[in-house]
Design a protein around this ligand. Structure first.
Ligand code: FO1
Length: 327
């Protein structure tokens, strides 16, 4: 079975871990492809940093820092301290020594003209991660946030500065994908959508992760027209985010932080949107009729991705819903 997952950072990575575990236990050929958000990416100290790709790579490789949710396990920060001493990079954005190894390798290949998707292939080939990761574009498309700063008024900053430096405390007025108009889907992205047996919209931030992937020209249309069933997993449980800042992002675009509101935001494929099916958590069972009324088949199942067993169970629910909506 070919399963293609649209994914951001930790939520997407945990879902992919569950899917990999589920399919590994099932005889037969399986292919997992993750189309990953690159809007969080940034040039830091002259290096190209790609947080969501790295979070997924490190977690699937088993070398991630499970506490912080980003970077490498067993990390040290000697170089980062030196960069701060030299006044280079973002002092509030810690690049660990091991993590820097990936950023230096990636940047050296980029400087040789090797596109990001090939850099990802080179980096991930170091470990048997059991999935193919593809950046949604090879081009630099960065999410910038327009904020209304009580001190300095309206200004724009890179998503990382809004999220890491300011913990999304500055009211976001708008999110801009810089460079998106000239971007194209990376090699393999459109085929991964059209050739899939199932497409999953992962439990990632609907605005700055999934939204950023969908903003790349032609990707949303590929999802609308794929023969595969398209099912999504709500990143909102009981009216709250599981982690991160999706609530601040949803508010900024006028969408309620609720499992049904996000499904309606993505829309049903029957009416020109993206979804055939949608999973909400058991606590949100009363929202199922709202989602169904919008033309999306909905189910209430446990969504918490606590460990390999619950993650595999959620992946199984997503594939089961896909089988149902396919009929
Ligand atoms: N998040 C933080 O809260 N503080 C950091 O210092 C930080 C550094 C960092 C370095 C590399 C990387 O790939 C991710 C890093 N992150 C950090 C997490 C990052 O903001 C998130 O992974 C996503 O971009 C937002 O979900």
């Amino acid at each position: 079975m070919k399963v293609t997952v649209l994914a951001g950072g930790v939520g997407g990575a945990r879902f992919l871990m569950g899917l990999r575990g589920l399919l590994a236990a099932d005889p037969g050929d399986h292919e997992i492809t993750a189309i990953v958000n690159t809007g969080d990416d940034a040039w830091v100290a002259g290096l190209r940093v790609t947080p969501d790709l790295d979070t997924i790579m490190y977690m699937l490789a088993g070398v991630n820092d499970a506490v912080r949710g980003w970077g490498r396990a067993g990390e040290s920060e000697r170089v980062s301290a030196e960069l701060t001493a030299w006044g280079v990079g973002w002092p509030w954005f810690t690049l660990g020594d091991l993590d820097l190894g990936a950023h230096i390798a990636r940047t050296s290949w980029l400087r040789e003209g090797v596109p990001l998707s090939d850099d990802v292939t080179r980096l991930t080939s170091r470990w048997p991660i059991g999935a193919r990761l593809i950046p949604s574009p090879d081009d630099d498309v960065e999410t910038w946030v327009e904020v209304d700063d009580p001190d300095s008024g309206i200004r724009s900053m890179h998503f990382q500065e809004w999220w890491v430096r300011h913990r999304s405390s500055l009211p976001a007025r708008a999110f801009e994908q810089r460079g998106v108009a000239d971007a194209t889907p990376a090699a393999g992205v459109l085929d991964a959508i059209s050739d899939a047996d199932v497409v999953v919209v992962g439990p990632s931030n609907p605005v700055v992760s999934i939204g950023t992937i969908l903003g790349i020209p032609r990707i949303a249309d590929a999802i609308r027209s794929t023969a595969a069933p398209v099912v999504g997993v709500s990143p909102i449980i009981g009216g709250a985010v599981v982690r991160g800042m999706a609530d601040a992002c949803l508010t900024a675009i006028g969408v309620e932080t609720a499992a049904d509101a996000v499904a309606l935001h993505y829309g049903s494929r029957a009416s020109g949107g993206l979804l055939d099916g949608w999973l909400v958590d058991a606590v949100d069972i009363e929202l199922v009729p709202n989602v169904e009324a919008a033309g999306v088949t909905a189910r209430a199942v446990p969504l918490w991705l606590r460990d390999p067993v619950t993650s595999a169970a959620l992946a199984s629910e997503a594939l089961s819903l896909a089988a149902d909506v396919r009929r």
